[in-house]
Design a protein around this ligand. Structure first.
Ligand code: P6P
Length: 353
């Protein structure tokens, strides 16, 4: 009788265990059911978008009209970069025919993009910031894409997307793609935080770090101190504290994804407080702060508005902004302690008359 073929040990065939993203999602869920297959397919689409954006970024300096500004301003009132639009449209293109989503909501679009009737429609919504930190694009510094996946609730027949006005705890998955010296995709579907590194020779994201856990404290504090006199006093109290105590390092790149990734990897705290001009701060809730808060809590850290957990905030509008304090639990709690101290003082000084 002919013996069954025995493949050689995988370690000899592959130069490492090539756990791809789609395989990892199915392993995570330990299921091949419809939702597991959907999430695996959704993550695969995200990975494809990331590869297309990464490819464009690495050659942008050589391509006509890839960099610079379009001359438009977006719903945020910010000048739009050509790369913002390119990346925004890449995500639409890779999801349009996927049959997975019904809508895509993005920083770059005033209203969500609804999948046209001549395309297959799915039951999920992708919320994303296609290029976060685009100010860094023209100077070849790190930028990122941030994403969150939610299940559509109801039929949204009036296309008001009102079902998206729900807290971040409704997210099914979230993550980001960091376009740096290597392209790294970090994601969670609620079972830990995992990082994949793009292997250009394979054109695949390969598992590089599994179950990332935050240290309870870290030396990094990441904030734009140029806004120091625009903040509430409590934030100035925190900065004075770190200035006076050894063991802290200021790290700020001007691009949220890179600053967040450093905090996730090394510990510490990132903060973007409200200012006199913008009391709700600059960062958007639905497609920047809530996805990163989801990851941070999965990694054992905390994410707060300064007053409450980011994931508990119920938005009232698609492009709602929020103050953000995110990172190691002890460091976020230290920032919150200065806020609470000031609130106690105000209550004491001006008791209810
Ligand atoms: P500032 C980029 O424009 C961004 O949205 C985030 O990526 C970044 O953390 C923040 O704004 C930087 O803002 O006011 O410090 O330049």
């Amino acid at each position: 009788m002919v013996e069954a073929y025995q493949p050689s040990d995988a370690a000899n065939v592959l130069d490492r265990d090539c756990t791809t993203l789609s395989r990892h999602v199915l392993q995570q869920l330990q299921s091949f059911g419809p939702e597991a297959q959907d999430l695996s397919a959704l993550m695969n689409r995200i990975a494809l978008a990331g590869k297309l954006v990464a490819r464009r970024l690495t050659r942008a300096g050589l391509l006509e009209a890839a960099l610079g500004f379009t001359g438009e301003t977006n719903v945020q009132g910010e000048e739009v970069k050509r790369m913002d639009i390119y990346a925004n449209d890449v995500f639409i293109s890779v999801f349009k025919q996927s049959g997975l989503v019904c809508r895509l909501a993005s920083e770059e679009m005033d209203q969500p993009y609804y999948i046209p009737e001549n395309c297959p429609v799915g039951r999920y919504t992708l919320l994303y910031d296609p290029i976060d930190g685009s100010g860094n694009v023209d100077i070849n510094l790190n930028v990122g894409s941030i994403f969150a996946i939610r299940r559509q609730k109801g039929e949204d027949l009036d296309q008001s997307a009102s079902d998206l006005m729900s807290p971040g705890r409704d997210q099914l998955a979230a993550g980001y793609i960091l376009y740096g010296p290597s392209t790294v995709l970090v994601y969670s579907i609620g079972r830990g935080v995992h990082a994949f590194t793009l292997d250009p020779s394979l054109g695949e994201f390969i598992l590089s770090q599994e179950n990332i856990q935050m240290p309870s404290h870290g030396s990094n504090y990441s904030v734009n101190e140029g806004n120091f006199w625009q903040w509430e006093e409590s934030y100035r109290d925190f900065i004075r504290y770190v200035h006076r105590h050894e063991g802290y390092s200021a790290r700020y790149s001007g691009a949220l994804v890179g600053d967040f990734h450093r905090i996730l990897m090394q510990g510490g705290v990132f903060l973007y407080p409200g200012t006199l001009k913008n009391p709700d701060g600059k960062l958007r809730l639905l497609y920047e702060s809530a996805p990163l808060a989801y990851l941070m809590e999965q990694a054992g850290g905390k994410a707060s508005t300064g007053q409450q957990p980011i994931l508990d905030v119920v938005p009232s509008k698609l492009h709602q902004r929020t103050p953000l304090v995110i990172g190691s639990a002890e460091d976020v709690e230290l920032v919150e302690s200065f806020i609470q101290e000031r609130q106690r003082e105000q209550t004491t000084v001006a008791p209810n008359r």
